[in-house]
Design a protein around this ligand. Structure first.
Ligand code: SF4
Ligand code: FES
Length: 259
C-alpha cells in the first residue's frame, strides 16, 4: 500500500514562489520522509568508466508528479521507494545524529595552483565519483593543467553528497550545477544495491524536532536505515563495519564526537 501524507495526489499548479515555499523534506521521528511541494522524483543509476570508476548518474525513471509523498527511510518497506508502515513493525530507530555545524566550518581545505577544495568527509555517501584520473585530491595539485582542472571540476560537481566543493581561486566562487529542486533515488549497480536519496537544488530539510538542516545544493539522505549519520547517508548501504572503520580512521572521524 502506498501511503500518501494527506491522501491527496493531484498536482496543483501554483505560483513559483509559493511552490518553492512548500518544497520541503520533513524527517518523521523513527519513520519516513514526508516530501511536500510537488518536488520531482527521479531514479538514476551510477555509470562507470572503463576503469570501473563512477563517472556519471543517468536517469532511468521519472515518477509521476505528486504534491506530497512519503519515502521510506528505514529500508524495510515492501513498497519502495514509498513507506508502507513497516518502520513500526521493525521498531525503526531513526535518531538523527548528524552534526548541525555548517559545512564550511567542518570542511578541511586542500589548495592547488588554481583551485581550492573543501572536504567534509562525514557527508560522504561512498559513490566514488572522486576517484577518476588519480582522484580529485591529486588533480587539484596540478590544477594549472587544463585537463586535470576539468576532471577535478567534473568530479566535484558530480559528488552527490556535497562532501566535496571545488572553488575557483581567482573568482572565489564554487563550481556548482544549477539543479531544479528535486530528489533522485540513486542505484549503485557496481555494488548491486540501492544508494541514498540525492537531494538537489537546496531543498529545505526539516528535522523531526522542527529545526532546519543547512540548505545545500547537494546532499544525500539515508534510505536503508543503517547510516550512523542520520538523516545523511554514510555509505552503510554497501559498506560493512570494518570498511566504515577504515574510512573513519583514514579521515580522522570520530562518530562519537560529532558537533
Ligand atoms: S560522495 Fe563525493 S566524496 Fe564521497 S565517494 Fe562520492 S564523490 Fe567521493
Ligand atoms: S520508513 Fe516507513 S516503511 Fe520504511
Amino acid at each position: 500500500m502506498q501511503i500518501d501524507g494527506d491522501g491527496k495526489s493531484i498536482l496543483r499548479v501554483v505560483p513559483m514562489a509559493d511552490e518553492r515555499e512548500k518544497q520541503r523534506i520533513k524527517v518523521i521521528k523513527d519513520g519516513p520522509y514526508r516530501v511536500t511541494g510537488g518536488l520531482p522524483l527521479y531514479e538514476q543509476v551510477i555509470v562507470t568508466d572503463e576503469d570501473g570508476h563512477s563517472k556519471e548518474l543517468v536517469d532511468i525513471k521519472e515518477f509521476p508528479r505528486r504534491e506530497t509523498y512519503i519515502l521510506c527511510r528505514c529500508g524495510a518497506s515492501k513498497n519502495k521507494p514509498f513507506c508502507d508502515g513497516s518502520h513500526r513493525e521493525i521498531h525503526f530507530d531513526g535518531s538523527e545524529t548528524a552534526s548541525r555545524k555548517p559545512y564550511i566550518e567542518k570542511a578541511e581545505v586542500f589548495e592547488g595552483p588554481d583551485l581550492k577544495l573543501t572536504d567534509a568527509p562525514e557527508f560522504c555517501d561512498h559513490s566514488r565519483f572522486c576517484l577518476r584520473a588519480g582522484g580529485i585530491w591529486k588533480l587539484i595539485q596540478k590544477s594549472d593543467d587544463p585537463e586535470a582542472r576539468q576532471a577535478a571540476i567534473e568530479e566535484a560537481m558530480t559528488c552527490p553528497s556535497g562532501r566535496l566543493v571545488l572553488w575557483d581561486k581567482k573568482t572565489g566562487k564554487p563550481f556548482e550545477n544549477e539543479f531544479e529542486p528535486s530528489l533522485v533515488l540513486v542505484r549503485d549497480k557496481q555494488k548491486s544495491c540501492e544508494g541514498p536519496i540525492w537531494v538537489r537544488g537546496g531543498v529545505a530539510i526539516e528535522s523531526a524536532d522542527g529545526s532546519m538542516y543547512e540548505s545545500r545544493n547537494r546532499v544525500t539522505l539515508c534510505r536503508c536505515g543503517k547510516s550512523e549519520n542520520k538523516p545523511y547517508c554514510d555509505g552503510s548501504h554497501w559498506m560493512n563495519s570494518e570498511q566504515k572503520l577504515q574510512f573513519q580512521k583514514k579521515w580522522g572521524l570520530d562518530p562519537n564526537k560529532r558537533q
